[in-house]
Design a protein around this ligand. Structure first.
Ligand code: 5GP
Length: 122
């Protein structure tokens, strides 16, 4: 597994070196609007800890960190009022998933019909 790159864009956001449009924050989690939203609601939910990917996070994070991330996603969905119409949570891990930013994050998509689940290039 690749080591954590301190200069990735989410690390810079966490250090306050570049701004973000914050949606939620607690001891373990920061959430903010995606800079290039794919849907009317497109929120990124990230752990404050240094985890490269879902593989790293799921295997190395503490139970408290893992619980905090999913609790945060649930709170954001309720606060945004997207539960009734529905939403999608997605995490890209690695090359085949086209993960661009090497700091683990959940995407929350909502606000329109989200279409089919995935469209793979077979
Ligand atoms: P990935 O492909 O790694 O799952 O998704 C990375 C996401 O981060 C993309 O949706 C992209 O638009 C978003 N992103 C990249 N740079 C920035 C940034 O500087 N600020 C914010 N808010 N989002 C970013």
């Amino acid at each position: 597994m690749a080591s954590y790159d301190d200069n990735n864009v989410f690390a810079k956001i966490l250090r306050g070196e570049i701004p973000c449009d914050k949606v939620y924050e607690d001891d373990h989690v920061l959430a903010f609007n995606d800079i290039n939203p794919q849907t009317p609601t497109h929120v990124l939910v990230i752990p404050k800890g240094q985890y490269v990917s879902s593989d790293d996070f799921f295997n190395e994070a503490s139970d408290a960190e893992i619980a905090a991330l999913f609790r945060a996603a649930g709170k954001i969905a309720r606060e945004r009022g997207i539960v009734a119409d529905g939403y999608r949570i997605l995490a890209n891990c690695g090359r085949d998933a086209h993960q661009e930013v090497p700091h683990f994050h959940l995407h929350i998509f909502a606000g329109c019909d989200l279409g089919i689940m995935i469209r793979p290039n077979r």
